[in-house]
Design a protein around this ligand. Sequence first.
Ligand code: SIN
Length: 287
Amino acid sequence: MTPDLALEPVTPRLGARLTGIDLKQPISVSLAAALRAALAERLVLFLPGQFLDIPALKRATAAFGPLLRVPYIAPSPEDPDVVAVLKEADETRISTFGGDWHSDFSFLAEPPGGSLLQAVDLPPVGGDTLWADQATAWATLPDDLRALVAGRRAIQTGAPYGVTHAPAADTATSRSIRIARGDPEADRERAHPAVRRHPDSGRAALFLNPIYTIRLDGMSEAESAPVLARLYAHMTRPEFCCRHRWRPGDLVIWDNRMTLHFAVNDYDGHRRLLWRTTFAGEAPIPA
Ligand code: SIN
């Protein structure tokens, strides 16, 4: 029997707080199915007080899909399946990992299905994370933009890790996260549907990425730029977003197919460490 989960919405459409389960305990097949269904519906799950160690975090991740080792980001020395999202107190006036709206690795043939973040060491205040609901963004897109992206593909590249679109050297992120740059293979262009369908829920969502989308298929970069700028302004409207203020022990799980996320870099002078795992997705299904 599928257990009923105590889900408390945090906004009308996006995000839910989930209490009453302890992911340190073994996760039954039926609980895993209920968690996947909850994630497909709410897109971000906030579980307070989990305090998972790395083996428990990996077991929780496997409830959502096979663990995925992401490219270009050096894993934690503690475990190759974990990225330590770390900025030390003395790393000031530097951009942070994930500090722009994005979904993860949309330039891969099979972008990740989602990720988990376990809070380990938090600043006293600040360092929140935001998510934006791309299913609602698609459902509410103005007609002219809808006509432009419906049935179209968007061209994605691993811009920050490649050569052609590499960021300036002085935009490097925290020394505590080692990012590999300058790989010509990352510049390879990959066309994915601009609107994708979730394999479990069947819902449709915009799948465009302010970091990795370089143009819309059939349009030049110059023609695409103003259209993408309008799309990104819509996709990140406050009414599609939720914001998480981290507390000790929090675990957050998000769907990477249908959300963007943003790490707020406002905590200079304080250490922030979260463990991050990722589970596999599939080649985006056109909507
Ligand atoms: C990320 O995975 O993009 C970072 C999220 C965060 O540090 O809040």
